[in-house]
Design a binder for this molecule. Structure first.
Ligand code: S3P
Length: 430
């Protein structure tokens, strides 16, 4: 489905973004491995986490959903999963396929994981290589680099491994395999990626030690404890509204209940450096994560900045919307060290450079990032989402700034992480 977007007057009001996607995936997966009944409130009912939910059911986990859409997971312990009777479809979700691979590598049965066209083209060597060193047998297309993946797990041994590119999916995959492996599994990343897995597994009783960018997990003799969680709102979804309110004149919004885990909030640091004023109100702790409300006002006098190194994993999913913000800032914004963006749901560097150019942005593409020279007057035109939810939402915010009617082709993909995106956007416009 395509979407027409016209220039917005201003965004005003209060919103609660959808529940965090990363935490929703992990809550269902980890509860399935625990012994006891876990309760998940405020789960993200969007396509990606629903792929995870279905996958865990197909591995024999008993899951109940009540009228309030809360999820009860009847965990039977680390060794209770059953061989699936069919191929597991992970849809569009990299988190599902990579985290599950870590668990399935530790099972004695055979499983096959696949996904949609985008997922079937995402690199899997990064998990196949270390899992094979641990002792799993994994086959994939194109010389064991692409899904579908055929996993014959078994007895694993712990490894000491350096992940070449910071990635929470790879780190989490290996930590989960580490639960089943003999001895210790020690994982180091070049920069710290999101740490929800470490936090949640630790709170469930796993033996985890964190030293800087290095995480150590020991094989688990007992079972993980069940838990209750209320999933906070997703910062990555909030980012589209933060940007919208910042860039559209006369805007002021309050974004409620947002997870402010600092491995996720690099976008906030960057826009503050650009000159944005975002207030954090009522900072509190919910389910082991810092949570707060964000007050954002429009500000047209932003300046360009440099984004690289350890900041990149802290805003990895905010690259598309950051490009839109940079297009409105005075001077040059250079984003580098971000080559991995080429292997996300789409090639996000190519996608943003191509589509923003169509809208009149002075953007140059590099192998590992972009250079944007602003401020640019955005032109309404027809742009393509590449069936990538974050590209669709970023271009929509761009469309709100452009004079005239912007057409976002194949915008339905917002359902991957944020089914109510357009509804909320409409409600905020006055
Ligand atoms: C995620 C990790 C990141 C991120 C993705 C969600 C996670 O991927 O881009 O949207 O939940 O662990 P990488 O690990 O590939 O960087």
């Amino acid at each position: 489905m395509d979407r027409l977007v016209t220039k917005a007057k201003s965004l005003r009001g209060e919103i609660t973004p959808p529940p965090d996607k990363s935490i929703s995936h992990r809550a269902v997966i980890f509860a399935s491995l625990a012994k006891g009944v876990s309760l998940i409130r405020n789960f993200l009912w969007a396509q990606d986490p629903m792929s995870t939910l279905k996958a865990m059911k197909s591995l024999g986990v008993e899951i109940e959903i009540n009228e309030a859409k809360e999820i009860k997971v009847f965990g039977k312990g680390l060794y209770s999963l059953k061989e699936p009777v069919d191929v597991i479809d992970c849809g569009n979700s990299g988190t599902t396929i990579r985290l599950l691979s870590g668990i399935l590598a530790g099972q004695t049965f055979l499983s096959i994981l696949t996904g949609d066209e985008s997922l079937r083209n995402r690199p899997m060597k990064r998990i196949i290589k270390p899992l094979s060193i641990m002792g799993a047998e994994i086959l994939g297309r194109q010389e064991n680099s692409l899904p579908p993946l055929v996993i014959k797990g078994g007895k694993l041994k712990g490894i000491t491994y350096e992940i070449p590119i910071a990635s929470a999916q790879v780190k989490s995959c290996l930590l989960l395999a580490g639960l089943y492996a003999e001895g210790k599994t020690i994982i180091t990343e070049p920069h710290k990626s999101r740490d929800h897995t470490e936090k949640m597994l630790k709170s469930m009783g796993a033996k985890i030690e964190i030293k800087g960018n290095c995480v150590e997990i020991s094989s688990l003799k007992n079972n993980l404890n069940s838990f209750e969680i209320t999933v906070p709102a997703d910062f990555s979804s909030a980012a589209f509204f933060i940007a919208g309110a910042l860039l559209i004149e006369g805007s002021e919004i309050l974004i409620k209940n947002v997870c402010l885990n600092e491995t996720r909030t690099g976008f906030l640091d960057v826009i503050r450096e650009m000159g944005a004023k975002v207030d954090v109100l009522d900072l509190r702790v919910q389910g082991g994560e810092p949570v707060g409300d964000l007050k954002v006002k429009s500000n047209k006098s932003l300046r360009g900045v440099n984004v690289r190194g350890s900041l990149v994993p802290r805003l990895i999913d905010e690259f598309p919307i950051l490009c839109v913000v940079a297009s409105q800032a005075e001077g040059e914004t250079i984003i580098s060290d971000a080559k991995d963006l080429r292997t996300k749901e789409s090639d996000r560097i190519r996608a943003m450079a191509t589509e923003l150019k169509k809208m009149g942005v002075n953007i140059e593409e590099f192998e590992d990032g972009v250079c944007i020279k602003g401020p640019c007057k955005l032109r309404a035109t027809e742009v393509y989402s590449y069936r990538d939810h974050r590209i669709a939402m970023a271009l929509t915010i761009g469309g709100l700034l452009a004079e005239g009617e912007t057409k976002i082709l194949e915008a339905q993909c917002v359902d991957i992480s944020f089914p109510e995106f357009y509804e909320i956007l409409e409600r905020l416009q006055i």
